[in-house]
Design a binder for this molecule. Structure first.
Ligand code: FE2
Ligand code: FE2
Length: 371
């Protein structure tokens, strides 16, 4: 089964199972814990308190000045045009497209808010002035991002009570180094995703079906800078980038890329509406992210290798089969789910052991968001 065939099958299943029609449905979707949905994290705060950024002090201080300057302080406010566009454009969405867009808003809100909660907890639990200051800025930015998306959900009467989400969603413990690898990647991939959409809609404004996309350029510069912070933390502590830790970097690269690929392919209409094709869009995002990771990771995944691409297609097909097995239920459904899990693990392992591309780290850590 090709990826696009599988996505046609999927739509009906997800639409049946996970339709968002009320605020409670939106909340349930945000709270739900699946392999693909954004999670909430906690970590070892005492270990983070001991972080030392002295080896990158000059670059660190320059970055802090940028945060302090807060060039996006006035950005996350809706103008009159925004409301007007919502009023005229939203009734034109087909019911299927509306569901994909809502899924996009809810998962984006959950991951922005996940960052907000984690950074805020770190801020409260450390006394190290560098880390505390950084976390204060990161929390400020992510809370703006989450609040801005939530306003768009409210236009549909589907606003999420973030306090309630924080109280009810399960939290996963991650060692600090896993937080650095995963958060760095998700910030940079967030940048690459938003800038690719923004550039596409800049070329094709007629395809901009919601005003929120006009906000993406300045928004993604926040994400880019957040990623820079974790790059500096890792470069200041180079043991995180050597030896057995390279295996962890490889693991997180693959986990983040594969999750994004599978998730994006479950909402093909959303990309199509913007004139993008999910696979092409994803490989462009991987290309940008890989170019950026030269600042910190000594290796990159060979995402242009046809074998790698076939592996991702296979993961997507397996995830579709898994959804069908869940919908089927009963003993057979459970057995089928088990088979899918084994197949997914084997495919992930094959992708993990593919040769990677070694890369030399750039002498200077900081980079410009030049895409
Ligand atoms: Fe954000
Ligand atoms: Fe961020």
């Amino acid at each position: 089964m090709t990826a696009s065939q599988a996505s046609i099958d999927q739509d009906h299943v997800t639409l049946l199972m996970d339709k968002v029609e009320s605020s409670a449905d939106a909340m349930a979707k945000a709270v739900k814990r699946t392999l693909l949905s954004p999670r909430f994290y906690t970590t070892d705060y005492a270990a983070m308190d001991r972080l030392n950024v002295e080896p990158v002090r000059a670059e660190w201080d320059a970055m802090m000045k940028e945060y302090e300057g807060d060039n996006n302080h006035d950005h996350f406010q809706r103008d009159a045009e925004f409301a007007e566009e919502v009023r005229t454009l939203m009734p034109q969405l087909s019911p299927e497209m509306r569901q994909e867009f809502l899924d996009f808003l809810i998962s984006s809100l959950t991951s922005e808010f996940s960052g907000c909660v984690l950074y805020n907890e770190i801020r409260k639990n450390v006394s190290n002035p560098d880390i505390k200051q950084l976390m204060t800025y990161l929390t400020r930015d992510e809370s703006r991002h989450a609040g801005f998306i939530n306003q768009s959900l409210r236009d549909f009467d589907l606003g999420i009570d973030l306090g309630n989400l924080k109280r009810t969603k399960k939290v996963t413990f991650f060692k600090p180094k896993y937080i650095y690898y995963a958060t760095y990647l998700s910030e940079k991939i967030g940048y690459a995703r938003y800038i690719s959409i923004f550039r596409q809609l800049e070329k094709h404004p007629e395809k901009r079906f919601h005003p929120i996309f006009r906000w993406f350029e300045r928004w993604c510069n926040d994400e880019f800078r957040h990623g820079e912070s974790f790059a500096l933390i890792m470069r200041a502590n180079p043991q995180l980038l050597r030896g057995a830790n390279k295996l962890w970097i490889r693991f997180f690269l693959l986990a983040v890329y594969a999750t994004m690929y599978v998730r994006d392919h479950t909402r093909p209409m959303l990309h199509e509406a913007m004139g993008l094709e999910s696979s092409e869009y994803d490989y462009e995002v991987f290309r940008i992210t890989t170019a950026i990771t030269r600042q910190v990771f000594p290796l990159a995944l060979d995402t242009d290798n046809p074998k790698f691409r076939r592996g991702l297609e296979r993961l997507f097909a397996i995830s579709q089969a898994m959804e069908k097995a869940k919908a089927r239920g009963g003993v057979i459904g459970k057995l089928q789910q088990g088979v899918c899990a084994v197949k997914a693990a084997a495919t992930f392992a094959r992708l993990y052991f593919m040769p990677v591309i070694e890369q030399d780290l750039s002498p200077q850590v900081r980079m410009e968001p030049a895409w």
